[in-house]
Design a protein. Structure first.
Length: 471
């Protein structure tokens, strides 16, 4: 199906296309005219005219905006939603919500002292969010706030990005580099570049009088740097940061084929006096799916990796799973949850598959079968019930563009194992310093103003800029 949209204004254009995509997942959506379905938005000062055209009918709406920008955005979204609901005869659990950090909506409402019923009413009338999602959202927001309230205003976190993997997953964007011979030859220079950028970052941390409380090694698969390069980075960090302030260090061990005993031995030494949080991410326990998505390991390898980390004394392990992977059905996903629960990780992050614009999956979408939205929604409810039965609580949440069913990702954990970095990056109340290719620093100012500083995604370009060399 091809869907086109047109507007005579840039106002609310992101929400315009995002809500359309939410109602028509997998469809080709383009700006312009023609297509099986065509939507138009015309702005005449405060008046808006919406029109939906198919081959056999036209539906129209017009309405008046207000001077409050946020409320006008909601008015536009609700009217577009009503138009699409009339055409498709379906409701979306998250209504018109397009933001990736839904708990940020609830945070000020809780600060104002609103009662639960008032918050539910605001979410359901203002955003058309369903009762179930409203309750989950409020619960997660309360857990996030409880974590943030324990932090000093000077607290900040540090992200170190290594966007390199042994192979590229089917659903991953191209900004994560596959380990080729050329990339492997650059690992030493890339490590030097990160350390060089860190040296400049420490100056900024001191200028802002911040204290780093959480460090996150992400990617990609950071372990591909090799143990000597990893040691160099850690040594530099500990030579320049106050170790007694660091409450958590997360290391994305990710795939079992990147985990070595040398790495675990070194991190285990740090774990004696620091809280090391490891991520071992099966995504699925079905070996056939692992092959489809481009993983060079089996679930048996995941189990061996878990056993090895436990031998080295790690008890704070997160596992990511993905709901809606190509070719999987309801039983496949339930098997994954059951298998991961047997490993008893400290936390489980449940992702709903996102079809990223630059992923291989977007170009091979028609080659696979996917679960329908109703099944995905039911499985999200089932997952919450099962994980809570096993002692896990939902402690953070975020959403992505182009997710199947426009649903959500939720981090669940056993009490006391909440990922501090995850909550800080979701609420955006503290500075986030980020080093490495593709990394994004965020600086928070009074009035909730946020400035972002982007690093190049390409590793060669990043190295060239940091070290001032030609590659």
């Amino acid at each position: 199906m091809k869907i086109t949209y047109f507007s005579n204004s840039q106002k609310f254009l992101y929400d315009f296309q995002h809500i359309i995509r939410a109602f028509y997942p997998g469809a080709e959506v383009k700006f312009g005219h023609g297509g099986d379905i065509h939507l138009e938005a015309y702005f005449e000062e405060m008046r808006v005219f919406l029109k939906l055209q198919t081959r056999d009918k036209t539906i129209q709406k017009d309405f008046i905006l207000v001077y409050d920008e946020h409320e006008s955005k909601r008015i536009f979204g609700r009217n577009l939603y009503d138009l699409l609901r009339q055409e498709t005869k379906k409701d979306l659990p998250w209504g018109i919500l397009t933001g990736i950090r839904p708990t940020k909506i609830v945070y000020p409402l809780l600060e104002q002292g609103l009662k639960e019923e008032e918050i539910y009413k605001f979410l359901q009338e203002g955003y058309y969010i369903s009762d179930k999602k409203s309750k989950l959202l409020l619960r997660v927001a309360r857990n996030e706030i409880n974590i943030l309230n324990k932090l000093e205003p000077s607290s900040a976190c540090l992200y170190i990005g290594i966007p390199i993997c042994p192979t590229k997953c089917l659903y991953c964007s191209f900004s994560c580099h596959e380990m080729t011979r050329q990339i492997k030859s650059l690992l030493g220079m890339y490590t030097d570049s990160i350390i060089c950028e860190l040296e400049k970052t420490y100056q900024k941390i001191d200028e802002n009088k911040n204290r780093i409380v959480a460090i996150y090694f992400g990617g990609g698969s950071p372990a591909v740097l090799g143990i000597e390069n990893i040691k160099k980075i850690f040594t530099n960090l500990f030579d320049n940061l106050e170790k007694n302030c660091i409450q958590e260090i997360t290391f994305e061990a990710g795939r079992p084929d990147t985990i070595s005993e040398d790495l675990l031995e070194y991190l285990a030494e740090l774990n004696r006096y620091l809280n090391i949080r490891l991520c071992i991410n099966p995504q699925t326990s079905n070996d056939n799916t692992l092959k489809i998505i481009g993983r060079n390991h089996t679930f048996e390898d995941i189990k061996k990796a878990f056993a090895l980390t436990q031998e080295y004394g790690f008890n704070n392990i997160n596992s990511d799973v993905i709901l809606g992977l190509p070719g999987e059905n309801e039983n496949d996903y339930k098997k994954t949850i059951d298998d991961v629960l047997k490993l008893s990780p400290a936390s489980i992050t449940v992702h709903t598959l996102s079809i990223k614009r630059a992923s291989l999956l977007r170009f091979k979408w028609n080659e696979y079968k996917f679960m329908d939205e109703e099944t995905v929604n039911n499985l999200l409810d089932w997952t919450q019930y099962v994980l809570e039965e096993h002692g896990y609580i939902p402690y953070y949440m975020y959403r992505q563009k182009n997710m199947i069913g426009n649903f959500e990702n939720v981090g669940y954990c056993k009490r006391g194992f909440e990922g501090l970095y995850n909550v800080m990056i979701m609420q955006e109340k503290h500075n986030i310093y980020a080093c490495g290719a593709k990394a994004v620093s965020k600086f928070v100012y009074e009035g909730d103003r946020i400035e972002r500083v982007f690093n190049p995604a390409d590793i060669k370009l990043y190295i060239s800029r940091i070290l001032n060399v030609d590659i």
